[in-house]
Design a protein around this ligand. Structure first.
Ligand code: PHB
Length: 392
C-alpha cells in the first residue's frame, strides 16, 4: 500500500516535472488571431490578415529563437459571444501568449475580460471605439479611434466655410463616437448640426436614411459607416437620390473612402473630404516600400488600406515585444514594452500613449481625386501627434 502511494506520488511529481519542462522548453510563441474571416466583414479581415502575413514574410517567422505561430479563429461577423468563447479557448487550450486581431468593436469588447482574467496582452488591429482600451489593462491599440480621426475633420470643416452639417453614422460604438466627436468639435468652433440619423449595423437599407438628409437640405453631411460593403451601398443610395456631384459637401472619416473599396464606389466618391490615419498614396519611403511589397505579395488588384496597416503594425509590435523580452513572454513585462512603444509605420510615425495604451499618430485630411485614372485619397493637410480625445 505504502509502496503504491509512493509510486503514485512519484508519478504525480514526474507529471508535474514534465509539465514544467514542457512549458520551459516551449519553442514557439503562439498568437491567437481573432477576426471576422467570414460574413459581411470578411474582406476587412482579409486585409488585416494580409498585413500580418506580409510582416511575417518580410521578417521571418522566428524571433529570439522562438517560432511565431499564428492560430486563426473566425468570429463570422459581429458576434461578441463567439469572440469571447474563441478568446477563452485560445488562452486556456492553446496557451496563446497574445490575443490579436479584432476588426469590429463588439468582438474586441467581448474579449477584453478574457485578456484581463488570463493576463494575456491583446493587440487591437482595427476596432476603433474609444472605450476599448479602458476595458482591460492588457489591451494596446495599433489602429486608430473614431474621435481621434473625427475631431480634425470637424475642425477643418469649421475653418473652411462649412456652417451646417447633417450627421449620418452607423448605430454602434464607432458611429456613436464619431457623432459625439464631430458634434462637439464642430459646435465648439461655431458650426450647427441640422440633423442626425443612425443606420443599423446589420443590413442597412440606406435609401430611407439618405432621403432624410435630402429633406433637411443641409450645406454639408458628415458620414461614418464601417469599411467593407456599407460605404459603397451608402454612396450608391446618395448618388441615386442626386446627392453626389451636387452642391452638397460630403465629409466623412476615411472608413467611407477605404482604399480597398474606393474604386468600386467610383465617381460618386469624387471630391469627398475625409480624415484618416492612412492612405495608400501616403508619400513616404516606408509606405512606398509597403505598398510595393503588398502588391507583389497579394496581386495588383488588391490595395493595402488602413486595415492592412493595422495588421502589419500590430504584428510589428508583437515582434518587438518578443525581441525585447528575448522570447520569454511575461504579460506584465510585455505591457511595459508596449507602453511608450514608437516606430515608423507606413502611415507615418506612431507611438503608444503609456497612460492609455492607445495610439498617438498623425491624422491626415484628404480629398478623393482621380490620379492617372485611379480614385485616390490625396492627403493635403495634417494634424500631427493626435491622441484619442474620446477618453472619459
Ligand atoms: C469597429 O467596429 O470598431 C470598426 C469597424 C470598421 C471600421 C471602423 C471601426 O471601418
Amino acid at each position: 500500500m505504502e509502496k503504491l502511494v509512493r509510486r503514485a506520488l512519484g508519478l504525480a511529481a514526474l507529471a508535474l516535472m514534465l509539465g514544467a519542462g514542457a512549458a520551459q522548453a516551449q519553442d514557439s510563441i503562439k498568437v491567437g488571431l481573432i477576426l471576422e474571416y467570414t460574413g459581411p466583414f470578411a474582406n476587412n479581415s482579409q486585409e488585416i490578415d494580409n498585413g500580418v502575413k506580409l510582416y511575417m514574410a518580410q521578417h521571418g517567422d522566428t524571433v529570439a529563437g522562438k517560432k511565431i505561430e499564428i492560430i486563426r479563429r473566425d468570429t463570422t461577423g459581429a458576434a461578441p459571444d463567439v469572440a469571447k468563447r474563441l478568446a477563452q479557448e485560445l488562452v486556456t487550450r492553446d496557451k496563446v501568449r497574445f490575443l490579436a486581431g479584432f476588426g469590429l468593436t463588439p468582438n474586441a469588447l467581448a474579449a477584453a475580460d478574457v485578456a484581463t482574467e488570463a493576463k494575456v496582452p491583446m493587440i487591437i488591429m482595427n476596432a476603433a471605439t474609444s472605450i476599448i482600451t479602458t476595458k482591460s489593462p492588457y489591451i494596446a491599440r495599433f489602429s486608430f479611434t473614431l474621435p481621434q480621426v473625427t475631431m480634425p475633420m470637424a475642425e477643418w470643416a469649421a475653418k473652411n466655410g462649412i456652417k451646417q452639417v447633417y450627421i449620418l453614422v452607423s448605430d454602434y460604438g464607432p458611429g456613436h463616437d464619431a457623432e459625439a466627436a464631430f458634434e462637439k468639435a464642430f459646435t465648439t468652433a461655431g458650426g450647427t448640426i441640422v440633423g442626425k440619423v443612425a443606420t443599423p449595423l446589420a443590413n442597412p437599407d440606406f435609401s430611407v436614411y439618405v432621403q432624410k438628409i435630402k429633406d433637411a437640405k443641409p450645406q454639408a453631411v458628415f458620414l461614418f459607416v464601417p469599411s467593407g460593403q456599407q460605404p459603397t451601398a451608402l454612396l450608391k443610395a446618395m448618388a441615386e437620390q442626386g446627392l453626389t456631384g451636387s452642391g452638397l459637401k460630403i465629409l466623412a472619416t476615411g472608413d467611407v473612402t477605404d482604399d480597398m473599396t474606393l474604386h468600386i464606389e467610383g465617381d460618386a466618391a469624387l471630391g469627398m473630404i475625409t480624415s484618416h490615419h492612412y492612405s495608400y498614396a501616403h508619400d513616404s519611403a516606408a509606405n512606398k516600400a509597403f505598398v510595393k511589397a503588398y502588391t507583389e505579395a497579394f496581386g495588383p488588384s488588391l490595395r493595402p488600406d488602413f486595415l492592412a496597416v493595422g495588421g502589419y503594425d500590430g504584428m510589428a509590435a508583437i515582434y518587438k515585444v518578443a525581441e525585447a523580452l528575448k522570447g520569454e513572454i511575461d504579460s506584465d513585462k510585455a505591457m511595459a514594452v508596449l507602453k511608450g512603444m514608437s516606430f515608423e509605420s507606413p502611415r507615418g510615425p506612431i507611438e503608444i500613449d503609456p497612460a492609455t495604451r492607445d495610439i498617438v499618430q498623425t491624422v491626415y485630411i484628404r480629398r478623393v481625386e482621380k490620379v492617372g485614372g485611379d480614385l485616390v485619397n490625396v492627403e493635403f493637410d495634417k494634424v500631427e501627434h493626435v491622441k484619442d480625445p474620446g477618453k472619459p
